[in-house]
Each structure stands twice: as structure tokens, then as C-alpha cells.
Unconditional design. Structure first.
Length: 80
């Protein structure tokens, strides 16, 4: 959705506890989690008009965010 935060806990509330656990026990997960959140913040700023990239740049960032979300989700599911 345009101008909406897509933080991982909001996107996957049923995995909140597992996300918290992985953030504290898995350095790779923590790094990807932080990268995902930074990217999500950047996209939100662009959608709200604080930054004005081309549509192509914004689309590429969204694809990268989705790729990171898929990786994180896979890590969450494999940890259960």
C-alpha cells in the first residue's frame, strides 16, 4: 500500500516471538532485519514525498525489500 509502513512484525504478526528470538540469537537474521527496516523507511520517505526518486528507482527498492522479506520469512519458517 502506498505510504504505509511494512515493518516485519506488522507484516508477520503471528511470528512476532520468533522474530524477536532470531534478532537476538542470529547475527545474519539481525543484519537482514536491519537492512529490511532501513529500506522500508527509505521507501516510506519516498512515497510520502520527502525524497523524490524516479519511478524506476522506487520500484527497484520495493523489489529489494520483497527479496529481503522472502529471505527473512524463510529463516523464520526454518527456525520453527
Amino acid at each position: 500500500m502506498f505510504g504505509e509502513k511494512h515493518d516485519l512484525v506488522h507484516e508477520l504478526p503471528e511470528h512476532r516471538e520468533r522474530i524477536q528470538q532470531l534478532k537476538t540469537t542470529d547475527k545474519h537474521f539481525e543484519k537482514l532485519f536491519d537492512e529490511y527496516n532501513e529500506l522500508d523507511d527509505q521507501i516510506l520517505r519516498m512515497e510520502e514525498g520527502f525524497e523524490t526518486p524516479s519511478d524506476e528507482v522506487l520500484e527497484e527498492l520495493k523489489k529489494k525489500r520483497l527479496f529481503l522479506k522472502d529471505q527473512l520469512y524463510s529463516m523464520i519458517m526454518n527456525a520453527e
